[in-house]
Design a protein around this ligand. Structure first.
Ligand code: HEC
Ligand code: HEC
Length: 344
């Protein structure tokens, strides 16, 4: 081969990975958005960023079990990690935490996190669980897909994390073998770009500030994951609603409510109405769609619900009328069709 040919072949061989990389980025952008595409780039270049596991062990105490149960309910761990009732979205009897498989974009395995030794978390260390929950790296070192809401759980304080782990160890083990998830390479590389190790202790929120306590609970309950809206340019409209959410029985989607204190939001709420809405799933006589997981939040105590309400009152009011009792119409604020859209 002449020298010129050798150079041409070398350039060609170099171009293949560059082109594959560019094509991969474009595909991920097309399926998801820029945020995911940027994670694909990070994941491909840097791999999974994970901190090494420690051998920390959390002391098993009954106050921890009790607090852990409270938090796990509010964080809705078992709505994902169990087979659930199609009306209430609560775990089926005997299925709590035992995992399930759901058909999303790909067949998705929600792992068994009960303490079963062979098919669940029985053999995992405390720190394997802790790292998975807040930092998105599984017991085996894999980057978890961000359906596992570890970015929201990142705010969980060290003490509360210990409670969650101790509680998970105390639930009945369920022997339930699930298939290993087979992710396409592009998705694996994208998932790898998400985890960010926590290097510093996470303190509990400032107990003297009700709104801060409330904000902390909204991270655990992931309220923003449904209630944040988006304008037509894709900018987040915090708590302004409009995101279309599918209920547990796969019925047609409904729009999440505007929870800001604008008059198009929930300005008319007071603490008592907020508490009764979350406890009963009814706003006065109006029944909320099951897409709103109030059944998981109904056991939050009065103080915690008051804190959440106090936090919502600090969120900037945004005008965005969302009303599922009206037929869907085009909305120029969010660019989607939802009830009350035409009035915006
Ligand atoms: C919205 C759905 C969802 C919620 C809510 C959720 N998870 Fe997950 N979780 C997942 C999925 C999906 C995976 C698997 C991700 C993967 O394999 O890439 C996962 C993975 C995990 C893992 C890692 C398992 C392993 O193989 O190492 C642990 C531990 C875990 N979740 C615990 C929890 C706990 C505790 C909570 C509540 C505080 C919780 N999850 C809430 C969806 C969820
Ligand atoms: C899985 C998605 C989801 C999550 C998570 C979620 N919500 Fe909702 N929420 C909805 C949907 C959808 C509606 C609208 C239901 C309807 O109109 O029937 C709603 C309605 C509400 C309402 C009634 C507002 C009204 O229209 O009067 C309140 C209050 C509320 N949510 C508070 C919260 C709080 C607080 C959290 C977190 C602790 C939260 N939600 C978490 C989906 C969600």
């Amino acid at each position: 081969m002449s020298r010129r040919w050798k150079i041409a072949v070398a350039v060609f061989l170099l171009l293949i990975p560059i082109l594959a990389f560019a094509a991969g980025t474009a595909v991920i952008y097309h399926i998801f958005d820029w945020h995911y595409a940027s994670r694909f780039v990070i994941g491909t270049v840097m791999g999974t960023r994970a901190r090494p596991l420690t051998n920390q062990q959390f002391e098993r105490t009954s106050p921890r079990i009790e607090r852990g149960k409270y938090l796990v309910e509010a964080a809705r761990c078992f709505t994902c990690h169990s087979e659930t009732d199609s009306q209430t979205d609560l775990p089926l009897p005997g299925a709590m935490g035992a995992g399930t498989v759901r058909q999303l974009l790909v067949k998705t395995t929600y792992p068994n996190i009960t303490p079963d030794w062979e098919t669940g978390a029985g053999s995992w260390t405390d720190d394997m669980l802790a790292r998975a929950i807040r930092e998105g790296v599984g017991h085996d070192g894999r980057a978890l897909i961000p359906i596992m809401p570890y970015a929201s759980f990142r705010y969980i304080s060290d003490d509360d994390l210990a409670c969650i782990v101790v509680y998970l160890r105390s639930i009945p083990p369920v022997h339930h073998l699930l298939p290993k998830m087979k992710l396409p390479l592009l998705f694996k590389l994208t998932a790898a770009g998400f985890p960010q190790p926590l290097r510093n202790p996470v303190p509990a929120p400032d107990a003297s500030d009700p709104a801060k306590l409330g904000e902390y609970l909204t991270h655990i309950g992931m309220c923003a994951s449904c209630h944040d809206g988006e304008d037509k340019q894709g900018h987040t409209l915090p708590y302004a609603g409009g995101r279309m959410i599918e209920g547990p029985n796969g019925e047609s989607k409904v729009a999440a409510s505007n929870l800001t204190s604008d008059s198009s939001g929930i300005s008319y709420y007071d603490e008592a109405l907020f508490i009764s809405t979350i406890r009963t799933g009814h706003v006065g006589a109006r029944e909320l769609n099951a897409a709103m997981p109030w059944r998981y939040f109904r056991n939050l105590n009065d103080d915690d619900l008051k804190h959440i309400f106090a936090f919502l009152r600090t969120v900037k009011p945004i005008k965005h009328r969302v009303d599922n009792t009206d037929p869907p119409t085009y909305c120029k604020v969010c660019g989607q069709r939802h009830g009350g859209g035409e009035t915006n």
